[in-house]
Design a binder for this molecule. Structure first.
Ligand SMILES: C[S@@+](CC[C@H](N)C(=O)[O-])C[C@H]1O[C@@H](n2cnc3c(N)ncnc32)[C@H](O)[C@@H]1O
Length: 230
């Protein structure tokens, strides 16, 4: 079972985010917290991420995990320089080419490795994640899964019917998770394509700002087997 409160204490102690300005399709704080809590619960010591952009997710991951490998086929030089200075192993390449060899090397070296995919997205990301599971990754997560042609549990059901892993999925639209932790996103200022800011945590309704009950299944974690205690 995940120690959510203990993980929250660990997460807030390690991560610094006075105000988190999030660009479109960047990963939000509650989602990164969920990913970290699962990874800590499963003894993960190494993260391989694809999709850096401005490095918002990478900045938080590298505060939570001592080994972070991040890939982007269009990594910006200033972002790469900052992340490398902070100890992240940065690859400027297509994840379809470099992600698997990185995962294979880490698994062969004995690291418990989890994969976070935020580019590519959708079905190509699910297929890439499945190959990572085949090569020993403990789990993988795909961001913006509401953009998938199928909802996460439908993806899981299809894969299970085909006899392929994963056999278990968990999403950040889990009702008890949303109730307990969506408030973390009150710190997030989400910039839309026009550069206007608002909090994803709040829904403007009849002249009042009220907390959202769910953003939908934005981050989905897929596991080869049902994790112990889940
Ligand atoms: C939404 S952004 C990532 C945002 C970041 N994770 C965050 O939360 O701040 C998606 C990124 O994925 C990258 N990307 C898309 N497809 C890719 C691929 N096949 N290989 C490597 N990077 C890819 C894009 O260049 C883009 O920078």
């Amino acid at each position: 079972m995940i120690d959510w409160e203990g993980s929250l204490a660990r997460f807030t102690q390690r991560s610094e985010w006075p105000t988190f300005v999030c660009r479109p399709r960047g990963i939000w704080i509650s989602e990164l917290f969920a990913f970290a809590a699962w990874a800590w619960a499963l003894g993960i010591d190494c993260i391989v991420e694809s999709g850096i952009a401005h490095g918002q997710s990478t900045d938080i991951l590298r505060q939570c995990f001592s080994r972070v490998y991040s890939i982007d086929h269009a990594v910006m030089p200033d972002v790469a320089a900052r992340l490398i200075r902070d100890g992240v192993q940065v690859s400027s390449a297509d994840a379809h080419v470099v992600l698997m060899p990185i995962v294979e090397q880490l698994v062969a070296a004995g690291y418990h490795t989890a994969v976070l995919l935020d580019g590519p997205k959708g079905e190509p990301a699910v297929e890439l994640g499945l190959r990572c599971l085949d090569h020993g990754a403990v789990f993988f997560a795909v961001h913006d899964t509401y953009c998938c042609a199928e909802a996460p549990n439908a993806v899981r059901a299809r894969l299970e019917a085909e006899g392929r892993s994963p056999r278990w999925a968990w999403s950040t639209d889990d009702a008890s998770f949303v109730r307990a932790f969506s408030y973390l996103d009150a710190r997030v200022v989400y910039l839309d394509e026009a550069g206007n800011g608002k909090s994803p945590f709040l829904l403007h309704h009849h002249g009042r700002d009220i907390p959202m009950e769910s953003y939908g299944p934005t981050l989905t974690l897929l596991f080869p087997t049902v994790p112990h205690g889940a």
